[in-house]
Design a binder for this molecule. Structure first.
Ligand SMILES: O=C(O)CCC(=O)C(=O)O
Ligand SMILES: [Fe+2]
Length: 257
């Protein structure tokens, strides 16, 4: 965890010439650097890295020199952890431990390394607008050197989620809400910035394969609990999510009956 956190800080400390070669606005690109400059509101740069299916090694940065080694080892470890967590989610719904893995019909695991530089007037901006993650669930590593970054919407109020050393946050995403037929709720969250310290967060998004058809799991649909969501192809859901502005939980409402 520590070397991955250090790696992301080191990458964003590189001179802009070294970083800008990775910049792309093509959301289908498997490795890219992005910035929210185009929306003019969010105070954040990020690296996006496809893990499973993976991007080409040749697409990954050559600086810092340890980039490929550390990021691929981290992605492997997160993939193993995500599969275990998926099994636990299945069991918690009263299903066989492999049921959600089967419903995923394969996997899409991508990493987003968020970089929030200090902001001179943090109250005038936001690091990342309110949203729920469109995937199954997200394993998030927070920077332990900054206390107020991630906030979740709980009973109408924004509650800070303080980082705990050595701990991950697991955020429920939209696909888990759909598959569980509303038993799990995807969490609405956002990130705020501060004027003193750079903050990094590393999100491992785990979800179904892009060509999977996602609908509530059959065993969870009964006469008393009819299906709450229409079937959708996950890749299409993702496309419309990324084509619209971050807007709380608006995306999942488009597939609700
Ligand atoms: O920076 C954070 O803690 C939140 C990041 C996040 O929500 C995301 O990348 O989807
Ligand atoms: Fe998120």
């Amino acid at each position: 965890m520590a070397s991955m956190m250090e790696l992301v800080h080191d990458f964003f400390r590189l001179p802009i010439e070294d970083r800008s070669v990775y910049y792309s606005e093509d959301s289908s690109s498997k490795f890219r650097m992005g910035t929210s400059f185009e929306t003019r509101r969010m105070w954040q740069d990020y690296l996006h890295q496809a893990c499973y299916p993976p991007c080409e090694i040749a697409q990954l940065p050559t600086k810092p020199p340890s980039y490929v080694r550390i990021s691929t080892a981290y992605a492997e470890a997160m993939n193993r952890l995500a599969k275990r967590v998926l099994g636990l989610f299945s069991e918690s719904l009263g299903l066989e431990s492999g049921a959600l893995e089967e419903a995923f019909g394969g996997e899409r695991h991508v990493m987003r390394m968020n970089y929030y530089p200090p902001c001179p007037e943090p109250e005038l901006t936001i690091g990342l607008d309110a949203h729920s993650d469109p995937n199954g669930f997200t394993i998030l590593q927070q920077d332990t050197s900054v206390n107020d970054g991630l906030q979740i919407l709980h009973c109408g109020a924004w509650v800070p989620i303080k980082p705990l050393p050595g701990a991950f946050v697991v955020n429920i995403g939209d696909q888990l809400q759909i598959l569980s037929n509303d038993a799990y709720k995807s969490v609405e969250h956002r990130a705020v910035v501060n004027s003193e310290r750079t903050r990094v967060s590393i999100a491992s998004f785990y979800g179904p394969a892009e060509d999977s058809h996602i609908a509530p799991v059959a065993q969870l649909v009964t006469d008393e609990a009819p299906a709450c969501f229409k079937e959708s192809v996950y890749g299409n859901y993702l496309q419309s999510f990324y084509a619209s502005k971050l807007d709380g939980k608006a995306a999942i409402e488009t597939v609700r009956y």
